[in-house]
Design a protein. Structure first.
Length: 98
């Protein structure tokens, strides 16, 4: 009788280990999925900032310095507060701030 209890215990343990292993594999797959999604959003935000840099330069070059200055301030806010990154100077930023 004791042998049957031990055998059942080992079978239950094996089943639990198998279920845990399956759950761990699912969790790892979901984590990889989320990491890929984060990377896509990071890349999209970097691309958007580059486009904003171009717009700032275009507005500045078109003589619309007030608009360029406002866009530059928005860019700085996005980068520092939303992306949690240090501010990065854009070409001729001194002119935007001046």
């Amino acid at each position: 009788m004791a042998e049957i209890d031990v055998e059942n215990s080992h079978q239950r343990q094996g089943t639990e280990d198998s279920q845990r292993s399956t759950q761990d594999a699912r969790h790892r797959a979901r984590i990889r999925e989320l990491e890929n999604e984060v990377e896509r959003y990071r890349q999209a935000s970097e691309d958007t900032l580059q486009q904003l840099d171009w717009c700032i330069g275009y507005m500045h070059g078109s003589g619309k310095k007030g608009i360029a200055r406002s866009l530059s301030k928005n860019r700085a806010y996005i980068r520092t507060h939303l992306m949690k990154r240090p501010e990065q100077a854009v070409p001729s930023q001194e002119t935007y701030e001046g």
